[in-house]
Design a protein around this ligand. Structure first.
Ligand code: C5P
Length: 227
């Protein structure tokens, strides 16, 4: 795959406190990545206007991990679709009915992928158990009609085998070159992620806290290209 294709599979987590800092990183990375991920910190601080600003130049994954009663989650998914984001997520642990209602709500927005969080990559659960739980939750999500899951690189192959190749896997917990894993437990480098079949790689601190974020993003893309 070309470098351009790999950039479209790299999502940078804009876990910053405000719009000014987020937009500064957006500008620094404009040519280097295809996606930005907006999570709780930034969304709580800046909300929809910031998402709309990012959508002018990039795809956006709204990572708010909805987990509530089915009706409330369905309404939140509708709001995400109306905002125009290309990806949004819910917790698979919310159960089958919640997942199905989320799928119904997302159906009105065919350009938006709906994915489920399986097991957080920060969870200290032993690797074998994490894999079993992740596959079980991925099957629940697939059966409810979701497009894919968030999982660690270590679970991608098992999930693809159980749910089919077209079922998307989005993998955080990416580290390389001796970087600290920080609070992440099941980490892997960008080359491994692509080799394992991850569709999208989510990278936060290794890029946004780098001295030169564009260089770090480029390093990640080069490693993805080696896969
Ligand atoms: O800084 P770091 O690369 O660890 O950031 C990973 C990002 O992915 C964070 O925004 C985190 O909230 C998110 N994430 C995760 N594990 C999940 C789902 C999302 O680390 N299962």
């Amino acid at each position: 795959m070309s470098e351009g294709d790999m950039k479209q599979r790299l999502m940078v987590a804009l876990d910053m406190p405000d719009a000014a800092q987020a937009l500064q990183v957006r500008d620094q990375l404009a040519e280097h990545v295809g996606w930005f991920k907006v999570g709780l910190r930034l969304f709580v601080a800046e909300g929809a206007p910031l998402v709309r600003a990012l959508l002018q130049s990039h795809k956006v994954f709204l990572d708010l991990k909805f987990h509530d009663i089915p009706n409330t989650v369905a309404q939140a998914i509708e709001s995400a679709g109306a905002l125009g984001v290309q990806m949004v997520n819910v917790h698979a642990a919310g159960g089958s009915e919640m997942l199905k209602r989320a799928v119904e709500a997302a159906a009105r927005f065919p350009d938006m992928n709906l994915i489920a969080v399986t097991v957080l990559t920060s969870d200290a659960m032993p690797a074998e158990q994490a894999k079993l739980v992740a596959v079980e939750r991925a099957l629940l999500a697939r059966d409810a009609g979701l497009d894919g899951v968030v999982c660690s690189v270590h679970e991608v192959a098992a999930i693809k085998e159980a749910c089919g190749h077209a079922f998307l896997t989005v993998t955080p917990g990416i580290r390389w070159g001796g970087q600290s894993s920080q609070d992440q437990k099941r980490v892997a480098n960008p080359m491994m992620a692509v080799q394992q079949g991850a569709d999208y790689l989510v990278v936060g601190r290794p890029i946004i806290q780098a001295d030169i974020p564009a260089d770090a993003a480029n390093e990640a893309v080069q490693m993805m290209c080696k896969a």
